[in-house]
Design a protein around this ligand. Structure first.
Ligand code: HEC
Length: 96
């Protein structure tokens, strides 16, 4: 009885660890706001969809508000955090 409980607990811990490892494999850079992006932006597509895009802060604001139009759920604070994170880690690179 106790052993079965211990095994079940161990299995639960192992599968939680696997989920965490999968999240770690994501390509989003570390930084304030990463967890918010993962929480708010993973409902419809992988949050890594933003990786490789480069936008000005205005550009990210437009993208995030178009996601809100599509149905993204979050507080104003969360969206501001996301825009700051994206503008910091995926800025428009000047090429002119
Ligand atoms: C309610 C669903 C939903 C949520 C939540 C959502 N998106 Fe999207 N997103 C979409 C859809 C649908 C597309 C594909 C739109 C298209 O192909 O035009 C998309 C596409 C994108 C694209 C590619 C746009 C392009 O023009 O290539 C980016 C970047 C993006 N989302 C960023 C985000 C970010 C950042 C968040 C979190 C703030 C987010 N998404 C949350 C639905 C969502």
């Amino acid at each position: 009885m106790h052993i079965a409980f211990a095994v079940a607990t161990l299995l639960a811990i192992l599968s939680a660890a696997r989920l965490l490892a999968a999240a770690d494999a994501a390509q989003l850079p570390e930084g304030a706001g990463k967890a918010t992006v993962q929480k708010v932006c993973s409902g419809c597509h992988a949050p890594e969809i933003v990786v490789g895009r480069h936008e000005t802060k205005d550009g990210w604001e437009r993208i995030v508000s178009s996601m809100v139009d599509k149905g993204a759920n979050g507080t104003d604070d969360e969206f501001n955090t996301i825009i700051d994170y994206l503008a910091t880690h995926f800025p428009q690179t000047k090429t002119e």
